[in-house]
Design a protein around this ligand. Structure first.
Ligand code: ADP
Ligand code: ZN
Length: 605
């Protein structure tokens, strides 16, 4: 091991309280210490921050960390200060005095890390300040914000290449948890990282359990889900502001600690809700995708999707906010016919140009393929990011209850021909009425009871037909009408199916009743392996943590993570020396809280 890495390992233990580097951390840190650039693609919770925080401590001068999330900077700085690291931030929410103080510290070289918003960084005044300071490195966090196609696009990020032009000798590290190849390419080009070494980790999140449930009564299903997860901190994503407000209100009435979050709320309310989510235990945030980027709350136990996300990347990003601490967490999604038809229509009917629509369609196809897949969710999710996961994971719905498929060649033919004969303009409910031979007023009025397809589908029930139509739309054999009435028409790819030239197997949806009663995975929060005695200790330590956090008004997790408290409860240390051996207890934490931990233990034991 090189001297530089030995020094890094020593700091890892003494400052952060960890014994080993994770994944590629050591290589990345080595690269920066040697003065090279790095592009780091690592999943959420993989340990990206350490990759620049450690070099920031070891290299002379101050590390400049570009972060798009003003609201969260202070928490990041608080977390570092808790470790005894000299850090500050600079953004528009700071008072003039506080800003001046941070600038002085930068000039004097008395801080190791300075977090700064991109728009602040790019001002002439700040550039000038940098010119007069000693710089350890530039870290560009959430680097995918340069991507024009992504929903986190930040135009200022595109100007960050100027850092390299002005300070070519200062090493740069760009980091993101967004995995796809086009975004990666955009980052390299826009940030001039052509000569940077790339560090691409596996994107697997082994502690996340993936579950997709067919949607039939969303509200009831959500309530049932939450009742099995009481006390857990979670995020619920919904498509629209209205759905967010309605859902949050419903949950509040039902007694859950739920808060809404979307771009339609005023800034003060948003900030307050985010603050409560970060600081209090067990809050459920009901949100649009406006919420979440950079939320590094480690103990989010579940992420629920009430509606289809926009893409598989979106799904991965959003679910990735669960379980950053490495403890068991769940990604739960409701999915149904209306989602499929709605999303298809949204794209087809949008004002975007053809090129953009094509991209969006193929992204949606990938997502729908994932939802309808018969194989392990983890395998299909990682395959989308070009990764091969060996075998089946055992921690997803498809692994637990492998779905069956059935030969739907004939059924598909009937469904498609019914669409054709009714003139390609009716929605699923009407089509099913015709297939089942139901004589409604509408059917008679339209003369659809005289069609050859009238009643030919009576061997299957309505639920099965919905499943057939959902999968035909999901796989693109049927497309939605542009007028937005939910009518379906045949696509080019439907012809061979319609003529019976191509066999088709479909997923056999589980019957509803058994779904409802199906045993879910055990609740994730309560550490399973603690005895009653240890559980009491753990609760006492959590109460202590809440008190300490309250006194300093910082989030509880910057004091100690649950995993650290759990380890303490499992092996109660008798002395400060023993406590220092516990993962997550560095010298800063030991000095600040060591005594409080020992006293809490004495009180309970
Ligand atoms: P990311 O930014 O990649 O999402 P973080 O940097 O927030 O991840 O790290 C996730 C969690 O893992 C943090 O709680 C961090 O303290 C912890 N962690 C990082 N590196 C290590 C390590 N080498 N050993 C143990 N825990 C680590
Ligand atoms: Zn699986």
């Amino acid at each position: 091991m090189s001297d530089a890495l030995a020094a890094a390992l020593q700091q890892l233990k003494s400052v952060f309280g960890y014994d080993h580097f994770r994944g590629q951390q050591a290589e990345i840190i080595g690269q920066l210490l040697a003065g090279g650039d790095a592009l780091v693609l690592m999943p959420t919770g993989g340990g990206k921050s350490l990759c620049y925080q450690l070099p920031a401590l070891l290299r002379e001068g101050t590390a400049i960390v570009v972060s798009p999330l003003i609201a969260l900077m202070q928490d990041q700085v608080s977390a570092l200060q808790q470790l005894g690291v000299r850090a500050a931030c600079l953004n528009s929410s700071l008072s003039a005095d506080a800003a001046r103080e941070a600038e002085q510290a930068l000039l004097a070289g008395t801080i190791d890390l300075l977090y700064v918003a991109p728009e602040r960084l790019l001002t002439g005044r700040f550039m000038d300040l940098l010119q007069r300071s000693r710089l350890a490195l530039f870290a560009i966090d959430e680097a995918h914000c340069v991507s024009q196609w992504g929903h986190d696009f930040r135009p200022e990020y595109r100007e960050l290449a100027c850092l390299h032009e002005r300070w070519p000798e200062v090493p740069r590290i760009a980091l993101t948890a967004t995995a796809d190849a086009p975004t990666r390419q955009e980052i390299i080009e826009q940030l001039a990282l052509q000569s940077a070494r790339q560090y691409i980790s596996s994107f697997d999140r082994p502690n996340i359990d993936y579950q997709i449930e067919l949607k039939h009564d969303g509200r009831r299903q959500l309530l049932a889900y939450l009742r099995e997860h009481t006390g857990e901190c979670g995020i619920i994503y919904a498509l629209s502001r209205k759905r967010v407000d309605e859902t949050a209100a419903l949950l509040q009435v039902e007694g859950f600690p739920a808060l809404p979050y979307h771009a339609g709320l005023d800034a003060a309310t948003r900030a307050q809700h985010q603050e409560r989510f970060l600081r209090e235990d067990g809050i459920i945030m009901v949100a649009t995708i406006a919420f979440g980027m950079g939320i590094d709350k480690p103990d989010v136990r579940f992420v629920a999707h009430l509606d289809l996300p926009r893409s598989l990347e979106g799904y991965y990003q959003e679910t990735g906010r669960a379980g950053r601490d490495g403890e068991p967490a769940q990604a739960w999604m409701l999915y149904g016919l209306a989602d499929v038809v709605g999303q298809r229509r949204l794209i087809d009917g949008s004002e975007s140009g053809e090129a953009r629509k094509r991209i969006e369609r193929s992204k949606l196809d990938a997502l729908l393929g994932f939802c309808e897949s018969l194989q392990c969710r983890r395998v299909s999710l990682l395959a989308y990011f070009g990764e091969t996961y060996p075998g089946a994971c055992g921690r997803c719905d498809n692994c637990r209850q492998p779905p069956q498929s059935w030969d739907a060649t004939e059924a598909a033919q009937m469904a498609l021909s019914c669409v054709w004969r009714t003139g390609q303009r009716f929605g699923v409910s009407h089509l099913i009425d015709v297939l089942l031979g139901k004589t409604s007023e509408r059917v008679e009025q339209l003369g659809h009871d005289r069609l050859t397809t009238f009643g030919i589908g009576s061997a299957l029930d309505a639920q099965r037909w919905r499943s057939v139509f959902r999968q035909l739309v999901a796989s693109g054999y049927l497309c939605t009408d542009l007028e937005g009435y939910g009518g379906l028409r045949l696509s080019e790819s439907a012809r061979p199916l319609l003529r019976g030239e191509q066999p088709l197997r479909l997923r056999l949806d589980p019957p509803r009743q058994s779904r409802g009663r199906q045993r879910r995975t055990p609740s994730a929060t309560a550490p399973i392996d603690l005895s009653t005695e240890q559980q009491r200790l753990f609760e006492a330590l959590r109460a202590m943590r809440a008190r300490l956090a309250g006194e300093q008004s910082v989030p509880a997790y910057v004091i100690f993570h649950d995993s650290t408290l759990r380890e303490i409860a499992l092996n109660p240390p008798a002395s400060l020396g023993d406590l220092a051996d516990i993962s997550g207890v560095g010298s800063g934490k030991l000095e600040r809280y060591g005594q409080a931990v020992l006293e809490t233990l004495q009180d309970v034991l």
